[in-house]
Design a protein around this ligand. Structure first.
Ligand SMILES: [Zn+2]
Length: 399
């Protein structure tokens, strides 16, 4: 038989449990668990956010390509891409910039705060993201019936920086000879000679701008490595230009002339498409895992960047072609064209590919091997680049 005392004890016990549940419910409503705090880490007194914290604390998905040292953070249709060692990251069609690169410390990836904050803001639509003290605070925005008209979202400011460097890329090299002329002359040799002349001319006429060559010897470089060299030079306050030098080839030897390309998924015409296919053939020399990339991340990147950088790339290609038109009278100007060149994909700055002439045309090949003509080409390309920088920097200063 139950004593009254036991019954009271039993009831008291239940009441305490119920009270506890009530307390938890009240607590949960006051401190909703959708407030997420990401601590800022200081490394060499620079603020970073840990990629691990982003991946584990936020409602996002992520992946990391060890080969490329490139990570993706995804939420629904939105995603961002960062690369270890690079001071810029992609978010949608925007380029986020920092003065410091994404780094790796003891296996952990650290993203500079000035990249991480806009990155999280862009990914987490419907959340309020703010920097409070030494943390990024992420809070789900309340969806009430009488929701106030939404404030205009603080869109991360994307700075347009003046051109501080030019990367001159000599097409092909090493085990990849490029096109081969009838006499056995290889494109890789001519592109290197002409790229050298371009670099010299640029250094002479643009002393304030850094000029970097992707190769200065007969060395094999994968297509991705070429733009990677350029992308790694980007940082907050410094933009750049990427120019790739090539010689064209045709089955019909009488075809001649020079043309400048910018990247597009839609080639200008059949000839432009063929030129791109020829230049893209180099991927047969690349490792199979890397070859796979051209159908994945790089395509996505290329698509994303179309809107932002394509216009500038068109401006650059047009200026270069104009510069060549002024300097070269020996052969036909074939104008500005667009095509899908893998080497230009994933380039995070204005870029162009110059086909300086046909190695398969005996007369033009003769000129292409002549130092004086190479210098003329270099002058044309340099004047084009100078005119582009002039216009570009003016729009930067006006913004
Ligand atoms: Zn080529």
């Amino acid at each position: 038989m139950l004593k009254l005392q036991d019954i009271v004890k039993h009831i008291a016990c239940r009441v305490i449990i119920l009270l506890n549940i009530a307390l938890i419910l009240v607590y949960a409503s006051v401190y909703p668990d959708d407030i997420i705090r990401l601590p800022v880490r200081l490394v060499a007194s620079q603020p970073y956010i840990s990629e691990y914290d982003i991946r584990t604390l936020l409602p996002v998905q992520s992946s990391f390509d060890i080969l490329l040292q490139r990570g993706k953070v995804i939420r629904g249709p939105r995603f961002t891409i960062y690369t270890v060692g690079m001071s810029v990251a992609l978010a949608g069609d925007m380029l986020l910039r920092s003065e410091y690169p994404v780094t790796r410390m003891q296996g952990e990836i650290l993203i500079p705060l000035d990249i991480a904050l806009p990155m999280i803001t862009i990914l987490l639509e419907g959340y309020s993201v703010s920097l409070q003290g030494n943390s990024i605070m992420v809070k789900k925005e309340a969806v009430g019936e009488q929701e106030k008209p939404k404030d205009i979202k603080p869109v991360p400011h994307v700075s347009k920086d003046a051109i501080g460097f030019i990367v001159v890329d000599a097409g092909h090299g090493g085990k990849d000879p490029g096109a081969i002329g009838k006499s056995g002359i290889k494109e890789k040799l001519l592109t290197l000679q002409i790229a050298r002349q371009v670099a010299l001319e640029l250094q002479k006429r643009l002393p304030g701008v850094d000029v970097v060559m992707t190769r200065t010897t007969d060395k094999f470089l994968e297509l991705g490595e070429r733009t990677e060299i350029a992308n790694r030079l980007l940082k907050k306050g410094v933009n750049g230009i990427f120019v790739s030098i090539h010689c064209n080839a045709a089955v019909v030897s009488k075809i001649s002339g020079f043309e400048t390309y910018y990247l597009s998924q839609n080639p200008s015409n059949e000839e432009a498409r063929t030129t791109a296919v020829l230049e893209n053939n180099v991927i047969v020399f690349e490792s199979p895992e890397k070859r796979k990339r051209y159908s994945d991340v790089d395509i996505i990147e290329a698509l994303m960047l179309n809107t932002q950088i394509q216009k500038e790339s068109f401006m650059l290609a047009s200026a270069i072609q104009k510069g060549l038109d002024k300097n070269i009278t020996e052969f036909k100007s074939k104008g500005v064209k667009k095509a899908d060149f893998f080497v230009l994909r994933g380039c995070l700055m204005p870029s162009a590919l110059v086909e300086v002439g046909y190695i398969t045309n005996p007369k033009e090949k003769g000129f292409l091997t002549d130092t004086n003509y190479q210098k003329k080409l270099a002058r044309g390309i340099t004047e084009g680049i100078m005119s582009f920088i002039d216009t570009y920097n003016k729009t930067v200063l006006n913004n």
